[in-house]
Design a protein around this ligand. Structure first.
Ligand code: 13P
Ligand code: SF4
Length: 314
C-alpha cells in the first residue's frame, strides 16, 4: 500500500476502481464507482495518468475520453464476455439491414463496436437515453439481451431491436436462483442489476406481486439505496464484489447474494504486483487504433453530453 502510494504520486496518477473490484483495490483507489461515474471521472480528472482497475472496455473508454492521457490497465487479459458477444463485423451486418437506425451501445463493448454506434449507455442511464430517442426511429440496442428487455419494458419504445448477447456472470443469476431465495424470505427487498438472467422475473414480480419492493439498479445506485433502506434483509443480484460496499454503508441490514457464485473472473485479475508494475514501469498501457479512435469516442461523448446526441440534429 505504501509503495503504491509513493508510485501514484511519482506517476501523477489517479487510480479508478469499478465497484466489482476486490476490497483491497477499492481501499487504495482514489475513486470507486459504476461505469457511468468512472467514465465521467476519466473525462475530467486533471492527473496525467489514469490507472483503471476494472476491465479492458473500461480502460479503453477512459483512453477514448482522454486521448492525451496515459491510461494503464494493471490486469492483463481482463476482457468481458458481454463485450465479446458482438464484433464490429456483426454490428456492421446488423446495421446494414436498418440504414436509418440509431445504434445504442452499452459501454461494455470494444472500441471497434463503439466506432459503429451512435450513443453509448450504461445500466444507470440506458432507460433515460432510449426514452429520448424519437418514437419513429428504429433503435438497435446492443449487446445485452437482459438489459435490452428491461429497457424495452420501461420505455415501451415501439421500434427497439435487441442483440442476443449476455454477460456469463449476470446471465448465471437465474430466475430459479431468485425464486429459491424469495421462497426462503418472501419479505426481502430485491436489488437487481438489469444485466441479470432473472431481470424478466424481477420485472414480472414488480408488476404482479403486491407489496414487493424490487429495484433495478446500477452498482452505485445499489450503494445509494443501501444507505437509505429500512429493510431487514436485501437480496442482491449482481457480481458479488458489491456486497462489501453495501455492508460497509449499512451494517444493520443483511445483504445476501441471489447467486453467491456470481464472481467475475476478469474483475479479479489485478494483483498488488501488477498494480506496482503498471505504476512503476507503465505496463498495461492502453492504445487505440487511430483509424477508429475518433469515431469510437463520439458515442461516449454523446452519452455524457446530451447536446451531442445525433437524433437532436438529424
Ligand atoms: P455498472 O453499470 O453498475 O457499472 O455495472 C456494469 C458491469 O457489469 C460492469 O462490468
Ligand atoms: Fe463483463 Fe460481466 Fe465481468 Fe461485467 S461482470 S466485466 S459484464 S463479464
Amino acid at each position: 500500500m505504501e509503495r503504491i502510494d509513493e508510485l501514484r504520486v511519482q506517476a501523477d496518477a489517479v487510480i479508478l476502481a469499478h465497484n466489482y473490484q476486490p476490497p483491497w483495490v477499492k481501499k487504495l483507489a482514489d475513486f470507486c464507482g459504476d461505469s457511468l461515474q468512472l467514465s465521467r471521472l476519466a473525462a475530467t480528472h486533471p492527473r496525467s495518468t489514469i490507472v483503471f482497475c476494472g476491465v479492458e472496455f473500461m480502460a479503453e473508454s477512459a483512453k477514448l475520453l482522454s486521448p492525451s492521457k496515459r491510461v494503464l490497465l494493471p490486469a492483463s487479459g481482463a476482457g468481458c464476455s458481454l463485450a465479446d458477444s458482438i464484433s464490429a463485423a456483426e454490428l456492421a451486418q446488423w446495421r446494414s439491414g436498418y440504414p436509418d437506425a440509431i445504434v445504442v451501445a452499452y459501454v461494455n463493448t470494444s472500441a471497434a463496436v463503439k466506432a459503429l454506434s451512435d450513443v453509448c449507455c450504461t445500466s444507470a442511464n440506458a432507460v433515460e437515453i432510449v426514452n429520448e430517442i424519437p418514437r419513429d426511429r428504429t433503435v438497435l440496442f446492443l449487446p445485452d439481451i437482459f438489459l435490452g428487455s428491461y429497457v424495452a419494458e420501461r420505455t415501451q419504445h415501439p421500434s427497439l431491436k435487441l442483440w442476443m448477447g449476455e454477460c456469463h456472470v449476470h446471465a448465471g443469476i437465474s430466475s430459479a436462483n431468485l425464486e429459491e431465495r424469495i421462497a426462503n424470505d418472501p419479505d426481502a427487498e430485491l436489488y437487481i442489476h438489469p444485466e441479470c438472467g432473472c431481470t424478466s422475473e424481477a420485472l414480472y414480480r414488480a408488476s404482479e406481486v403486491p407489496g414487493a419492493t424490487i429495484r433495478l439498479l446500477s452498482t452505485t445506485q445499489m450503494i445509494d439505496e443501501a444507505k437509505k433502506t429500512k429493510s431487514r434483509h436485501v437480496l442482491v443480484a449482481t457480481e458479488v464484489g458489491i456486497l462489501s460496499d453495501l455492508m460497509a454503508v449499512n451494517p444493520i441490514t443483511r445483504f445476501e447474494a441471489v447467486n453467491p457464485l456470481a464472481r467475475c473472473p476478469y474483475m479479479n485479475l489485478v494483483t498488488p504486483d501488477s498494480l506496482v508494475d503498471a505504476l512503476e514501469n507503465g505496463v498495461g498501457e492502453v492504445s487505440i487504433d487511430s483509424s477508429i479512435a475518433e469515431r469510437a469516442a463520439a458515442p461516449l461523448l454523446a452519452m455524457l453530453d446530451p447536446g451531442l446526441r445525433p437524433w437532436r440534429f438529424q
